[in-house]
Design a protein around this ligand. Structure first.
Ligand SMILES: Cc1cc2nc3c(=O)[nH]c(=O)nc-3n(C[C@H](O)[C@H](O)[C@H](O)COP(=O)(O)OP(=O)(O)OC[C@H]3O[C@@H](n4cnc5c(N)ncnc54)[C@H](O)[C@@H]3O)c2cc1C
Length: 297
């Protein structure tokens, strides 16, 4: 595909959230914020969007934090890059499903530019951070001219490229609850090639086991790229809840997840292949989460 230069725009570089919100209100529909620009600049070169004013959020230091406290959970500023998160020791040790996602995203160069906020705000069904965040019960904190609001990641997406984010709002923080005792998660992504590709299908599973690590008290399973938004598969979750986990049960949950998925055929994969792969990946994600609980903690 022929990719052109960026269209002309006026550049703005606020250093605080308040300043960025003022600029968003002032330039209204003619303005667009960006962070790493790894999604937005591609869309601009294809002339899918042609904002007259570009507001660079990267100078806002208050949105670059990674804070963990047992009581509050993990708080990630909207401008933290995927690369920084991939290197975070607390994420490696306590939020494995998210770490799995970072490892299979794009390339090191893109990960060092692209942010977790940008990944969510692009609102693609294939966004790699979405399924693990949904499975872990994460929320996003948004701020705009009408004030602040906190919304579950599960409720953030509306359709391909569409979210509940209002034009004058900025995603400032991602909040992930502390994982309870005897819990664990994992994320699996199927790509056409082994790196630098978007998902054909992706699955995240998060399990909470009882004190003996035998019975699954609660399960959350989320899928990417098999519907117009990332989705949760509640019937598959019920298959494993209040049961002892084993390969057969995980395979059964996979079958149910495949029925709940709403994939479509595209140039990248057929509907039936995606559906079948939902079954395979869901089984793998459940078994990997379970093994991590058993062997890692
Ligand atoms: C070669 C290549 C490979 C890629 N591979 C993957 C992949 O494997 N998996 C994957 O999920 N993605 C992939 N991507 C997509 C992209 O890199 C990620 O989605 C990245 O995380 C986007 O972050 P960003 O900061 O660059 O977003 P930007 O491009 O800066 O912004 C994206 C959108 O979000 C909005 N936005 C950004 N930050 C905020 C904020 N804080 N508040 C409100 N709105 C905001 C912008 O207005 C824009 O609409 C790839 C991209 C490229 C170019």
């Amino acid at each position: 595909m022929f990719i052109r230069r960026l269209p002309k725009f006026e550049y703005h570089a606020p250093t605080s959230v308040a300043e960025a919100l003022d600029q968003l209100s002032l330039y209204a529909e003619n303005a667009r914020v960006f962070a790493g620009g790894t999604d937005l600049f591609v869309s601009m070169k294809k002339r899918e969007v042609t904002p007259e004013h570009l507001i660079n959020l990267k100078g806002i230091k208050e949105l670059k934090h990674i804070h963990y406290h047992v009581a509050d959970g993990l708080r990630i500023g909207g401008l933290v890059t995927i690369g920084e998160l991939e290197r975070s020791e607390i994420i490696k040790s306590k939020f494995c499903a998210l770490q799995d996602a970072f490892k299979v995203m794009a390339s090191p160069q893109i990960r060092n530019l692209g942010t977790i906020g940008g990944n969510l705000c692009s609102a693609l069904p294939s966004a790699d951070t979405a399924p693990p965040l949904i499975a872990m019960g994460a929320s996003v904190k948004l701020t705009g001219s009408k004030g602040k609001r906190t919304v579950l990641v599960e409720e953030f997406f509306k359709g391909p490229g569409e979210s509940i984010l209002e034009h004058d709002e900025i995603l400032i923080e991602i909040l992930i609850p502390s994982p309870p005792e005897n819990s664990g998660g994992s994320y699996f992504k199927l790509m056409r090639r082994s790196a630098m590709d978007l998902a054909i299908v992706s699955t995240a599973a998060f399990l909470m086991m009882d004190g003996n690590k035998r019975v699954c008290k609660n399960a959350c399973i989320a899928l990417g790229t098999v519907a117009t938004t990332p989705i949760r598969v509640s019937k598959a979750e019920k298959v494993v809840t209040k049961k002892e986990i084993d390969e057969d049960l995980a395979a059964e949950a996979g079958k149910v997840a495949a029925q709940e998925a709403r994939p479509r055929s595209s140039i990248r994969a057929s509907e039936s292949y995606r559906r079948e792969m939902v079954g395979v990946l869901t089984k793998r994600a459940i078994m990997e989460a379970y093994k991590r609980i058993i062997y890692d903690s």
